[in-house]
Design a protein around this ligand. Structure first.
Ligand code: ME8
Length: 656
């Protein structure tokens, strides 16, 4: 077993390496964000961190996906890798190494390990006859019954399996049953959470059969050394990425320094591979075992697991565009403890972002710094003495810091955030109780006012530091507003204390940290009125002048109304009221969604010119970003009628 990581100066965290059949979605982002937050925390805590992620590029699933897309597996992998890396960058993921299983050192390392196990007698040749699930790259258990159509169904993903009968090399997994059980017993922290350990142990207690680890019918894989008609089974190949990428066989110094991993994060769908096969492979090779395999739950949408094959995935780019990375990172880590499933709803997401981030945290920063700017020109030179209430804010921070440290160490990220946010609420209440904006009216209370605002600013500095592993970009900004010369990344955990923000520190002007977005604006809806789907109507079809506010010409002038020409129009699958349009607005082309499908066919719209508002904040409707809104009249039966022009007019012409 590994040395305990408390004694180690290093911290090694891994994510699974993701299949390249498709680009990552929110589910993959979840694992990767957890790893990033743990890595950032451990760096603050002074550890030398190695954070590994990457892609799983071989095997039948990728071979099949490439054939379906009419490309080669390598070309498919190259394109998906580029997009995955782009997503990780957009989410501020700071990995240390990105491994691809097609990399030379990895292929050589896997062959070396295969040969080693062969030489040691843990791999032998035989024949495999059974069933294989390509989607999960998994051999089915023998006791699964055959369906009426003569085929077996994968119990994990529900897809039909394929019959396989071929010569294969087996790994002697059965020989490791007792050693695995002993591992689980002596090191219950090997699998977390505990409930999952019990599941794994009972699976192993049920008996282990030797595992087929080569295929002759799959070409896209690492050849077996000395017997190239066999390729190595993708899971034997993929699992070893954790050692090859940390240096096994090519950078021994790095391997010695970092292996074994401290935390290997996996979704519960792949726990068995990591908690049974993986330690058995390592035992066979005589390599140290990872300290913890941490199994997390699934993000569900409408109560089913989000997955590309089910077509219910959320595209992180849509969320990123409106919110940037931190609200996504915060939501994923705050909403559920690692281990449980979570249901992703846009309502839940927006509620969290608006309430915890925009209101509680963003507002606190904004108000406090604005008051320091307004009342003290940005620097509080001579605050009054601390009262007991002021001291409580300071001492509570010390307690908070200790608890948050323990939660991060234990990978209880949701608890760490819960603690930080309850302190933020506490500071909000402290300000509300003291009403500095009233104090500011009485010059005699100036020192007291200074003390209250100083206390709030010091609390913001400390609390935001603690949240840095989860929201690095926003906390960097907050520290900038607070007049810190550098961000929190360079400040060690033990050096953070409340008193570091002292009198005389000049603070800057705060800017908004988090967008406050209304559900209607974000999600749009076919039935929502106004901007979301263009002129699709709410219940009112005619508006009396009396229930509208009078606006000035100055206000009207803010609308960028222009002539647009419709270049393309198409229906949106599953939606009856909206059409997706591509329009030319003179200076550029845009896409938009319009609630006009009940009045017009796509064909009759193409080529027509109409009036659109070009500077309305974009909305996402049915997953499509709408970058403009057209003007239309609403008929009494709620249909949209577009006013077209009665003579030619160039796209881009101004309307006023
Ligand atoms: O399994 N909720 O790759 P993969 C939470 N290549 N996490 C999810 C998720 C969801 N809805 N969907 C996916 C493979 N994940 C193998 C791994 S490792 C040696 C080889 C996350 O692309 C979760 O971490 O199918 C899960 O384990 C992983 O993506 C599966 O990614």
């Amino acid at each position: 077993m590994s040395t305990s990581s408390e004694a180690k100066r290093t911290f090694f965290v891994t994510t699974p390496i993701y299949y390249v059949n498709d680009v990552p979605h929110i589910g993959h982002a979840y694992t990767t964000v957890i790893a990033d937050a743990l890595a950032r925390f451990q760096k603050l805590a002074g550890k030398d961190v190695f954070f590994l992620t990457g892609t799983d590029e071989h095997g039948q699933k990728i071979e099949k996906a490439a054939a379906e897309k009419g490309t080669t597996p390598k070309a498919l992998a190259d394109s998906v890798v580029g997009r995955a890396q782009g997503l990780w960058k957009a989410l501020d993921i700071e990995y240390d190494f990105f491994v691809r299983t097609t990399m030379d050192f990895h292929e050589k390392g896997v062959q070396k390990l295969f040969q080693l196990l062969l030489d040691r007698g843990d791999i032998y040749k035989g024949t495999y006859k059974g069933w294989y699930c390509v989607s999960d790259e998994n051999f089915l258990a023998d006791d699964i019954p055959v369906d009426a159509d003569g085929r077996k169904t994968c119990p994990d993903c529900g897809k039909k399996a394929s019959a396989v009968s071929e010569e294969t090399y087996f790994f002697r997994l059965s020989a490791y049953q007792d050693r695995l059980l002993k591992l689980y017993e002596e090191h219950p922290e090997f699998v977390r959470p505990q409930s999952r350990l019990n599941e794994v142990a009972s699976f192993v207690r049920g008996g282990l059969k030797d595992l087929s680890i080569t295929r002759t019918t799959v070409k896209w894989g690492i050849p077996v050394p000395g017997d190239p008609k066999h390729t190595i089974y993708v899971w034997f190949d993929a699992l070893h990425n954790y050692v090859t990428a940390s240096g096994y066989g090519w950078d021994e110094a790095r391997f010695e320094k970092f292996w074994p991993a401290d935390v290997q994060l996996v979704g519960k769908d792949i726990l068995r591979f990591h908690a049974v096969y993986w330690p058995a492979f390592l035992m066979a090779a005589g390599l140290p075992l990872p300290r913890t395999i941490f199994s997390h739950g699934w993000w569900l949408k409408d109560d089913t697991k989000m997955s590309k094959s089910r077509g219910n995935v959320l595209d992180p780019h849509v969320l990123l565009k409106t919110f940037g990375p931190d609200p996504i990172r915060y939501f994923l880590l705050r909403e559920i403890p690692i281990g449980l499933d979570g249901n992703f709803s846009h309502e839940g997401f927006l509620h969290r972002v608006n309430s915890d981030l925009a209101n509680d945290f963003g507002n606190l920063v904004q108000r406090t710094l604005t008051m320091i700017g307004n009342y003290f020109g940005g620097a509080i030179e001579a605050p009054g003495e601390e009262t007991a209430e002021d001291a409580a804010i300071r001492t509570e921070f010390d307690g908070l810091k200790g608890r948050v440290f323990d939660h991060f160490q234990a990978c209880a990220l949701n608890k760490a955030l819960e603690e930080i946010w309850s302190y933020i609420s506490r500071v909000n209440k402290y300000l509300a109780d003291h009403q500095p904006w009233i104090m500011a009216k009485d010059p005699a209370l100036r020192p007291r006012l200074g003390r209250v605002l100083l206390q709030a600013a010091a609390a913001i500095r400390g609390a935001s530091y603690l949240a840095y592993p989860v929201m690095p970009r926003s906390v960097d900004k907050v520290w900038g507003f607070l007049g810190e010369a550098a961000g929190p990344a360079g400040v060690r955990w033990e050096a953070i204390d409340f008193g570091s923000f002292g009198p005389g520190r000049k603070v800057g002007t705060p800017q908004a940290l988090f967008p406050r977005v209304a559900l209607k604006d974000f999600l749009g809806d076919e039935s929502a009125a106004g901007q979301d789907s263009g002129p699709a109507a709410g219940p009112e079809t005619t508006k009396g002048a009396t229930n509208m506010d009078i606006i000035t010409y100055e206000e009207f002038k803010k609308l960028d109304l222009r002539v647009a020409r419709i270049l393309e129009a198409e229906r949106v699958p599953g939606a009856t009221r909206i059409l997706k349009l591509k329009i030319d607005i003179g200076t550029e082309q845009r896409q938009m969604v319009a609630g006009v499908a009940e009045t017009y066919t796509p064909e009759e719209l193409v080529g027509k010119s109409l009036i659109v508002i070009c500077n309305l904040k974009p909305a996402v409707i049915r997953g499509i970003e709408s970058q403009a809104m057209l003007l239309a009249a609403i008929t009494p039966d709620n249909k949209a009628l577009i006013p077209f022009f009665d003579r030619d007019i160039a796209a881009g012409a101004m309307v006023k």
